[in-house]
Ligand binder design. Structure first.
Ligand code: APR
Length: 266
């Protein structure tokens, strides 16, 4: 047996840059815009990374459209059924958990572009899904929510008949926003309200390339709400953010949330 001390997977605690720590401590309401980078450390493949195996030869732009589903529902559904399967294998990371913990101290509203449910599984309550979710299934024809059974294949299959609406028998589709579709109005309004109404807006793991979500941090900026970008890489918003922290979600967010724990001990 080795005499080395046991190691854990927990990252080393890191120090929050002081200007960021000040904003964190003084914010009594917090908004968060999250993107694919938020879930990266959970192992959620991004839209393009998800194109592995059977799906590598398909362009996601051609699968993620209402037109594709209308033409080949069994092909498009098989792809989403596979993505649902992948979701069953991932868990919230330390960043999701930190936001949930932070939300138990002060109101934290999250507007996410992610179609996973990792914020909710971590315990966050106030989550608006700008691009919908994989799980809110509804009828493609009549739009009614679908709560029936769903077959999730254990291996990739190229064709899978979607479930059928229990009312009109139309094919069931995932509740995500496909290319060319409008964002859910309620979620977008919630994101806008956060951008103008909180003491601090965090912009975590988003490239800021996809509109209209990319406009949310700029709306905060023009409303005088301080913004902090957490992203290992530069984005078009970086130059506009009040503070930029080149770190990852699962490293930076726990350190920020821990500042509130420290305050409790004072
Ligand atoms: N922590 C924080 N940020 C990260 C991490 C991480 N661990 N890993 C990567 N990032 C950053 C990348 O540097 C990049 O800026 O996350 C960002 C991910 O960018 P995108 O993949 O473009 O994701 P997103 O901004 O959410 O895209 C918006 O586009 O693909 C469509 O509908 C899809 O909702 C998605 C939308």
């Amino acid at each position: 047996m080795s005499s080395e001390p046991a190691t854990t997977d927990l990252p080393e605690p890191i120090e929050v840059p002081e200007p960021i720590a000040e904003l964190v401590r003084s914010a009594s309401t917090v908004g968060v815009l999250t993107g694919a980078g938020m879930s990266a450390e959970s192992g959620v493949p991004t839209f393009r990374d998800a194109q592995t195996g059977l799906w590598a030869r398909y362009d996601p732009m051609t699968l993620a459209t209402p037109e594709a589903f209308a033409e080949q529902p069994d092909l498009v559904w098989a792809w989403y059924a596979w993505r649902l399967r992948l979701m069953q294998e991932v868990a919230p990371n330390a960043g999701h958990l930190a936001l949930a913990r932070w939300g138990r101290r002060v109101p934290v509203g999250i507007a996410t572009q992610n179609v996973d449910d990792l914020h909710e599984r971590a315990g966050s309550i106030d989550v608006a899904h700008l691009h919908g979710t994989l799980f809110d299934l509804r009828c493609f024809d009549c739009g009614r929510p679908y709560h029936g059974t769903v077959e999730i294949p254990t291996e990739q299959v190229e064709r899978l008949e979607p479930p059928h609406c229990q009312v009109c028998f139309g094919p069931v589709r995932p509740g995500i926003v496909w290319f060319g579709e409008m964002l859910p109005a309620e979620a977008f309004e919630r994101a806008q309200a956060l951008a103008v109404g909180v003491d601090l807006l965090l912009v975590v793991g988003t490239s800021g390339l996809v509109q209209p979500a990319a406009g949310i941090p700029l709306l905060a900026k023009t409303s005088g709400v301080p913004t902090i970008e957490l992203n290992p890489d530069e984005t078009p918003f970086s130059d506009h953010a009040d503070q930029v922290w080149r770190t990852t979600a699962a490293v930076g967010l726990p350190a920020m949330a821990a500042l509130l724990d420290d305050d409790d001990r004072d």
